[in-house]
Design a binder for this molecule. Structure first.
Ligand code: SF4
Length: 474
């Protein structure tokens, strides 16, 4: 108000709403000057957690009034939400920066912002400061909610703004959010990780485990249901340790039971489950539920006891097999998927044989297979016996072949079934078809129109084409 000194709120999220309003005014001013709307593009690298963070970032930008631009190089504001789990994810970001600053795409007024896991690494930030000094804003994983504030600071100062926190206990929710799909949504139930697997950088870049209060999570689910969401995905690096160490907080399985009670929610998924603390109670809750999807992602990483120990995974191959078979016994129609790393330091052909053996026994419905990528500052990076590229290629091919063989066979088993599909979009390949997912997460394409999007319908699974189905609505 004129004549009154403005007070910037100290508390979150009120503080961010103040800066969203300020950024909105700055945008309007700029738009008047250039006589067109200002646009943004967010590019997301990495996992579901990043995808969820990007929805929040897009929500903030839309609340400021920016218009979405499909082409990254045409946007006035480009934001990279980065990942650092593998070296090639870092390289992709540098590549994109070079592309945007190259002579064909350079634009003086463009704002480039970087956030996410890669920005929590000192070496990456130093490199950007030195070699990509045209970047305007750098922030990390702990202050995604601060985008509007950082945009205002950058507009006032004009130079590169860097805001990286080493860690935080603060969890700021209730900020604007832009869902990719109106009928499904991810929900963060916890942040960070305490497990320190020796190859993984997550505990260093996302900090220690912090669970959100269950009351807040349930309230968010209720609001989403009122807003038309039918499927939710509860997100955390290790959801099985939700609530641990917090007095009177629910366990993960109890949280699932509470989530199930929310009217309007018809499907519940979660990601990711560390095998070391997946409880019998969780298996029972899944078994007895009509809403929890018949899919569990249970990262194996390696089937060799020697490698699992070096990875600090805290389970043996036999414990893992017993757990997976118990899940299959209790919930026969469940799909089990996994992550496998090939080429961890010290891994031999015999260790890979052990991994293949676990795959044979568990019979995965799908698997993400990765070649080990050295991340500096993790214990595995300095382990002796780093595996050569040539060895990796040979062993990776063996694992991949096995993944494809088994997952194809598992998918085929559903041929002829009538199953429920949540319709997600018009098929990429044929405008007369729609695509959706089974409870098991398998993709199905069938004849249908846009009006089905967001609905759950019965579909007969007619033809299995390796990893997806062509079906018919019944
Ligand atoms: S459980 Fe292990 S692999 Fe997963 S985020 Fe935590 S440290 Fe990384």
């Amino acid at each position: 108000m004129k004549g009154k000194e403005e007070i910037i709120p100290e508390k979150e999220p009120q503080r961010q709403y103040y800066f969203i309003e300020m950024a909105r005014k700055l945008r309007e001013e700029k738009e008047r000057e250039i006589k067109r709307p200002l646009t943004f593009h967010v590019t997301t690298f990495g996992c579901q957690m990043n995808a969820r963070d990007s929805e929040k970032l897009e929500g903030i930008l839309k609340a400021i009034g920016y218009t979405y631009e499909e082409k990254e190089e045409e946007a006035d504001l480009v934001l990279f939400n980065t990942c650092t789990i593998r070296d090639n994810a870092d390289q992709k970001v540098y590549g994109r920066l070079g592309y945007l600053h190259g002579k064909n795409h350079y634009r003086k007024d463009r704002i480039i912002a970087l956030c996410g896991c890669m920005m929590q690494e000192v070496t990456a930030v130093e490199k950007i400061k030195k070699s990509y000094s045209f970047v305007n804003i750098i922030f990390g994983t702990h202050n995604v909610y601060k985008l509007a504030e950082l945009l205002c600071i950058q507009a006032a100062q004009g130079n590169m703004v860097i805001d990286i926190l080493d860690g935080t206990d603060l969890i700021v929710e209730d900020i604007p959010n832009s869902r990719k799909y109106p009928f499904k949504s991810g929900i963060n139930i916890m942040y960070g990780c305490n497990n320190f697997c020796t190859y993984c950088i997550v505990p260093y870049v996302r900090g220690r485990e912090r669970s959100r209060p269950s009351k807040d999570i349930i309230r968010e689910i209720e609001r989403l249901a009122e807003d038309g969401v039918r499927e939710i995905m509860l997100l955390g690096q290790n959801v099985n340790s939700y609530g641990k160490g917090i007095k009177d907080e629910l366990s993960f399985s109890k949280l699932l039971k509470e989530a199930e009670r929310v009217e309007g929610i018809e499907r519940i998924r979660f990601m990711t489950s560390h095998p070391k603390d997946l409880s019998d109670e969780l298996i029972e809750v899944m078994r007895d539920s009509d809403k929890i999807c018949r899919h569990i992602h249970l990262p194996l990483q390696s089937g060799s006891d020697k490698i699992l120990k070096r990875m600090n995974r805290s389970y043996t191959r036999q414990q893992y097999i017993d757990l997976a078979l118990k899940i299959r016994r209790e919930i026969p129609d469940i799909a089990i998927t996994t992550d496998i790393i090939v080429g961890f330091p010290g891994e031999t052909k015999e260790d890979v044989d052990d991994t293949l053996d676990v795959m044979e026994k568990v019979r995965y419905d799908g698997a993400f297979t990765f070649i080990y990528s050295k991340r500096s500052n993790t214990p595995a990076a300095t382990m002796p016996d780093q595996v050569t590229k040539e060895q990796n290629r040979v062993q990776f091919d063996r694992v991949l072949k096995k993944v494809q063989e088994i997952s194809k066979e598992m998918a085929q088993k559903r041929t002829g079934n009538i199953e429920k599909v949540l319709v997600e979009e018009i098929s990429d390949h044929d405008a007369g078809f729609v695509s959706g997912r089974l409870s098991s997460n398998l993709v199905v394409h069938f004849e249908g129109s846009e009006s089905l999007i967001g609905q759950i319908v019965d579909v007969r699974l007619d033809e299995c084409r390796n990893f997806y189905y062509i079906g018919k609505r019944v």
